[in-house]
Design a protein. Sequence first.
Length: 109
Amino acid sequence: MDKNNITTAFQLDGFKITKNLGVVRGITVRSRSIIGNIGAGFQTLFGGNISIYAKLCEKAREEAFEILVDHAEKSGANAIIGMRYDANEIAQGVTEVLAYGTAVVVERV
């Protein structure tokens, strides 16, 4: 799937939606390691961006996104509209990241 055909909007400029294949999702569950927590603890002493956690969050979003794309492709989609992220802490130090959207088939107008 062309990553340019994934949007948070509910339409894709220059394309017509010909088929709605329904909701697709990608989910990953991540935890912080003890070493990461120690490193982040030192970073919090000085304030500012906690880069260890930022990298963990970005990795989780990337992984959820790739699973989402795979799910959409397997359903026959060539685009995803209304794409969003959600995250929840499901246990202390364990976070779920969900990427979701609507899988569609589009044709260039």
